[in-house]
Design a protein around this ligand. Sequence first.
Ligand SMILES: [Zn+2]
Length: 223
Amino acid sequence: MRADWVCPALAAHAPRLAAAYRVELRLPDPDRVALTFDDGPHPRGTPAVLAELDRRGARATFFLVGEQVARDPALAREVADAGHEVALHGYRHTLLLRRRVAEVAGDLDRAAAAIADATGAAPQLYRPPYGVFSSGVLAHVRTRGWRPLLWSRWGRDWERRATASSIARRATTGLRPGDVVLLHDSDAYSSADSWRRTTGALPSVLEAVAALGVPASPVTHST
Ligand SMILES: [Zn+2]
């Protein structure tokens, strides 16, 4: 295994590697907090998260998985129509390390097309499954003009032992304007019903954002 990757699960190494590869962890402008939801759309998780965000007038960024978009393009459209940003997380949800660059490139182009077809919006941001990049894939991503983005906070909401309060606490402890918060609106690749706990954490997370005096807004303002 070559060490040309970034894996935030290895927390001690991620910031240094992310910097080396010029992959953003935070927003360049600390004028908002970006809540990001990966792995959807999900038939139950996504509507639950959308309702919670809408209740508080918050907008977020959804890193969609192409195979999930293909299953429910109307739901992907709903995300975009509600004013949220749609972004690219791959067509299949697999670790890049075990895949050839040409194969991943094809997967990403397919995902981008599926998202654009379903939502009418071309994704501008890319985040790989598990936060793991390879240098070859990064080169392709930049050729396409997609902006790679990881995160600066997470709720660890994919874990089986996570609760709404543990997710909220992890996501908001030390929260600052400019943070990018990783959450999931789907349990397609994590522990069953994880989206219920994430949805349960959202009121506290949104309160913490409001307490900073900044909005919860998409990463880019183009929505
Ligand atoms: Zn994911």
